[in-house]
Design a protein around this ligand. Structure first.
Ligand SMILES: [Zn+2]
Length: 280
């Protein structure tokens, strides 16, 4: 088993996503994980912005999400090169070998690539799916989730739930994707209703914990700085988001050897080696 880190594009924004932080512009990645299993199958954790942004954002109901994407610099991404479906072949991977994707949540910058992998099984948290797909009108407009992505024709979506009989580190329940402890998902709700975090445990003993958007910029985790009130209101972030940050902190205190990787941490592409480098 091998683990690769990929940036499926970069955005640019000021520190407005962290309350009281500077407004200096940061360039930050859309991180995804690619796991090569011993049987040759490929697994993605998050699918990035995908290659079909223009058509996905076209319905007027998604203008709110389009504005969000524009604010975050995600409308200027070089999708011809950076969308995973276009990036994988240049790294020597066959996109048809992607058998499973784990979609941490349904925001457009994580679920956008789902339709690029129509042959794969897409794992989504039941709680995320039920809450997001029920949104209509204003709530759908502002949600940042696009049916043109997660309900695209022919997608094989499998809804999963963590098992309360299987606590994992400081999380009360977990979902072992392949039943071998190599990829274990936990609930890190708050930023979205059913946000999933992924522990990836490598044969060498090295582990990574992908925390997706539980926090966006480093101060959100390290200094426990919340987003501004208006941003939390739009995202519906409340007490659950704070509880998730505390659980991640406790895990980090107990197991500092487990490397925490945020989806948009600007430091990740420098701290970790990106594909074609791999960890095993
Ligand atoms: Zn995101």
């Amino acid at each position: 088993m091998k683990l690769h880190f990929l940036a499926a594009g970069y955005g640019k924004n000021s520190g407005y996503l962290v309350q009281g932080d500077s407004w200096k512009v940061l360039r930050y990645p859309v991180m995804c994980l690619l796991i090569e299993r011993d049987n040759g199958d490929l697994v993605l954790v998050d699918t990035g912005l995908g290659s079909r942004q223009a058509e996905q954002f076209k319905p007027p109901i998604y203008c709110g999400a389009l504005f969000n994407a524009w604010m975050n610099g995600f409308t200027k991404v070089d999708l011809a090169n950076e969308a995973l479906i276009n990036q994988l072949p240049s790294l020597g991977f066959d996109p048809l070998k992607v058998s499973t994707t784990i979609v941490s949540h349904l925001h457009y910058d994580h679920a956008g690539g789902m339709p690029d992998f129509p042959h794969a099984k897409h794992l989504v948290n039941t709680r995320e799916w039920e809450a997001v797909s029920a949104r209509k009108g204003w709530n759908e407009f502002r949600s940042g989730c696009l049916r043109t992505q997660y309900e695209a024709d022919g997608l094989d979506v499998e809804l999963i739930s963590t098992d309360p009989r299987r606590p994992y580190h400081n999380f009360p329940s977990s979902y072992d994707v392949f039943g071998d402890g190599s990829i274990v998902l936990v609930d890190i709700n708050g930023h979205s209703p059913g946000l999933l975090g992924a522990f990836v445990n490598l044969p060498s003993g090295k582990s990574f914990f992908f925390t997706s958007d539980a926090w966006v910029f480093p101060a959100g985790f390290e200094k426990r700085k919340r987003k501004p009130r208006w941003a939390r209101a739009i995202l519906g972030e409340g007490q659950e988001a704070d509880q998730t940050i505390e659980r991640i902190h406790r895990t980090h205190e107990e197991r500092p050897d487990i490397e925490i990787v945020g989806a948009h941490d600007p430091r990740v592409p420098g701290r970790l080696n990106l594909a074609p480098f791999f960890y095993e």
